[in-house]
Structures are given as structure tokens and as C-alpha cells.
Design a protein around this ligand. Sequence first.
Ligand code: HEM
Ligand code: SF4
Length: 538
Amino acid sequence: MAERKQWKWADDPSLNKMEFTKLEKDGLDVIETIVNTYSKEGFQSIESSDMDRFKWAGVYQQRPKDGHFMMRVRIPGGILNSEQARVLAKIAEDYGRDLVDVTTRQAVQFHWLTVESLADIFDRLASVGLSSFEACGDCPRQIMGNPLAGIDPHEVLDTRPLVAELEKFFLMNREFSNLPRKYKISISANVHNAAHAQINDLAFTPAKKTIAGEEVIGFHVWVGGGLSAKPHLAKKLDVFCRPEEVIKVAEGVTTLFRDFGYRQKRTHARLKFLVADWGAEKFKDELINLVGELETQGEDLLKGWNGGYFYGIHEQQQAGLYYAGLSVPVGRMNAGELVELAHLADEYGDGTIGTCNTQNVLIRNIPQDKVAAFQAEPLIVNRFKLTPNTFVGYAVSCTGTEYCNLAIVETKERMRSLALYLDDTVTLDTPLRIHMIGCPNSCGQRQIADIGLQGALVKTSAGMVEAFDIHVGGTLEEAQFNRKLNARITVDKLGPFLAQLITLYKEDRSEGEQYWRYVERVGLEKIQSQVDSILQTA
Ligand code: HEM
Ligand code: SF4
């Protein structure tokens, strides 16, 4: 076991319980215990304090806590290769009941794993340079990026080397394995904000600045974003960061979080709370105290937001090469489909696959003369479509009661069938992003959706019934979270209710106007009156 660190907060008696657990034994030390003990002696041998530490191995107990686990695997920047995809598929097939989920932060999740399988899974992942370590827990998580990095006509810099450096710097780094809470980094040089900067703890977005007569492409730095029950949009610091300064700045921000972040209440521990209290100005000053002078802000190169969607066949930076953005409904596939995707990536592309924060995938580097054959592949025609229907294509869902211990209602299958229903019922020629979550933790990022559905229970004469609260108007374009309507809709009425609400928008909107823009223009009161009239006639 590694030498125990003397953290500066160690003697604070007001720390929360988890903080004492982390001081007793670092989260990362559980990996060794899993490999040497628990995977041999089984579920019953797991000590309860170590069960909390399992997250540092990227493993979480799944509902109903009967000895099965969920595992999250890091896909740095959302790019993997076909060999890695095949290993992931085989793990799902051998141990995970054939289930692979792509998550809203571009990771991959398995379910149904037993503790006995974990040592073998860690080995298999390591054999292809993948890891589940620190994919959960109070540490730097999966690094979110632009899944088109290196080929994207809308990027100003290839961020792949930076993602790799950040991953190498943070993964298994014991200086940062005991943060007050989870910590999420995003880096992208795509001008359409492909990596959802404003909802990460630390984000780098494209910028340029003339320094000593020379134009430098680099980044602006955002801190303190995050969702959950108290969502915050990240604040932009008045700094310009050269590409070679990214690690230094990331180390500095993470050190501030580690040493000054709050450790009294877990619900008040994310970096966003420190940033809200300090403000961007003080945060910048403290950062500069730590890492030295930084240039002040340059010119922002961000132009709007693509929502994280890349559907269809598109030209790359490289003439004659194309990428294909594919739809994976609610991010769920089976092992065979992932193997087939890996095969198509080899056959038509350069073997790389992108995972998108919209729970979708893409294939990179397809030569022009292969595009037609690619489009005719059965997996593309029947399953991972290039042009999905509106609602199936823009539906996101968290895990829900199927596997999640925190869930209040079922989500994944419900969102899948709801999207199908809406596609059958309403014809709409613009995307309408609907995100469904099963509890306030917001894994499915409902706050940034055009329509965000959050699970709740209502008491009826027939007992407790599953229902959803409705939130409208979220976007990261002119970043704002959606707002709650006064309407808790029971699940039996949800489809017809949404169909009517969307039809009212469709009839009233100006041409091509997106839902969030419509909400912005007509105002929340008008949407509430639409809701009230639907409910009166229901
Ligand atoms: C066993 C299932 C899961 C559990 C127990 C779980 C737990 C949590 C918790 C407790 C939070 C809130 C953390 C906070 O307060 O900061 C959270 C947030 C989040 N989780 Fe999950 N999660 C689960 C599955 C998933 C899945 C399947 C996804 C991806 C589809 C996901 C991605 C996220 C994301 C993106 C957030 C947003 C947090 C933020 O930005 O603040 N989680 N999760
Ligand atoms: S939002 Fe809630 S219900 Fe959904 S996966 Fe996250 S913790 Fe579970």
C-alpha cells in the first residue's frame, strides 16, 4: 500500500463521513484489494467502507444491491479504436449480460458484473490501454472531448495530444485521488462547443490571442460548472491558456479544488460551490498565485453549440475523407452490435470510433469511394441510423430504476418507447432534444434539454404512481438551464401530453425555430398556459 498522505484538512473534525473513509485508506488502494482479495473471496468478503471506495476502481453497486455491479470505462476524449471496442464487447458478452451503454460523458458502461470478474476485466482493459479506474469516485473522471478531434473541419486545433497528456497526468495520480467530490474536465477546440464546456468543473474552449505580434491559438478556461440538484454554469476566467499550458492550468485548478474545496457536506462539495463563493476574479488570482502569470483573455472562437450531435455523412478536414455520425437510441447496444461497429470502422474507416456525449457514436476517416457501400450496411440502415427520426435521434436518458440505486422511476426503456411514440404521432422537421432522468442527480443532463423530464412519484387513489416534472428551454447555445413548469404528469399521460405540447409549439413557432428559442421568445408563462389548457382537457 502506498504511503499515506498528510492532507492539510486531515484534522478538521467537521469533515463528512466519506472524508474520514478516504483519509483512512485512499480510494485507489481498493484496486489492489479487489484484485488480491475480493475477486477471490467473493461479494460477502467486501468490507462496507471498501464498497464506497469501489468507485475509484470505476465500479458501483447496481440496484438491487444483490452482488452485481456497474462499471464505467474511460474513453478519453471519446475516441477509441476497433481493438478496444472488441475487448469492450467481449467483456459485455462474457460478464455483462450482453449490454453496453454509451454515457453522456462519452464513457462506456457495463452492468451485471460480479466481483469475481473484476480482476480479469481490469486486465483485459489494460491489455488495450483502457481503464475503469477513477471513472467514478472523488477524483478526475473521464476527460470529455471532441470525438472528431483531428479530423474536424470546425476545430482550430487537434486536441488529441492534450487529452492524452491530461489523461496520463491525472489517471492514478495520488496527488489528486482525494478530491472533495467528483471532478469533470472537458477540452475541445471545436468552435461549436462539442464538449459541453459550461457543465464541467473545468473546461477548455478554443480562443486566439495576438501575443508579441504573433497569433496564438489556445484556450479559454472555464471553472465551476455542474448539474445535479443545484446546477451551475461554469464561469469563464480572464485568462488565455496556450496549448502547452493546459496541464499546468489543469493541475492548478485541481489543486485549488483539492485544498480549498468544501468537505463538510457532500451535497455542497463540488467545485461549483467554491467558484460561486470566490467569484471568477478571486479564483483567477488564486490560480495565478499557484501557477504563475497567465495571459488575459483573447478572442473567443466559440460560435454557438452543436448539441453534441453529428448525424449524417460529413466532409473532414482531410480532403476526400468523411465521417459518419450514427444514432444509438438512448445509448444502448449489445456486444454483437459493438463488434459489428468495430468491423465497419476497420472496413470503411481507419478503425477509430467516436463516442458522443449524446450517447451516440461516429466512424471516422471513410474515403469517398466507400461512402455509398457504408451507407448500405445493414447495421447502418436498420440500427445505427445516419438520419434518425426526430425524437429517437434527439432523446437522451439516464439509467433509472433498472440498475440505479438512486432512481425514483424507470427511464431508459421509457424514453426509448416515448421517442418512438412521438415520432409516430408528431412530424417535426427540426431536432427537439428531450432528456429523461430518474432523480435529481441529472446523469441524463436534463437541464440542457429543450424539454427535460425528471422522475417523481405522485400519490393517487391507486397508490404511488410514477410521473415526470416538465422543464423547458435548456440550451448551451446562449447557455441557460431549462425551467420547471407547474405540471407533474403521470406516466400513462406523458406521451399524449408531450405530443400536444409539441404540436402547439409547431403551430406557433416561426420557421425552423428551435424549441428553446421559442420558449425564450414567447416566455414561460405562455408555455404554462399551454400546459394548463392541455391538462384541463385531459
Ligand atoms: C448506478 C447508476 C448511477 C449512479 C448511482 C449515479 C450516480 C450519480 C450521482 C450521485 C450524480 C450526482 C453527483 C453530484 O452531486 O455531483 C450523478 C451525476 C451524473 N452522472 Fe450518474 N449515476 C449513475 C449512472 C450514470 C449513467 C448511466 C450516466 C450516463 C448516462 C451517468 C452520468 C452522470 C452525469 C453526466 C452526471 C452529471 C453530474 C454533473 O455534471 O453535475 N451516471 N450520477
Ligand atoms: S439521474 Fe438519478 S436515476 Fe438517473 S442514473 Fe443518475 S442517479 Fe440514477
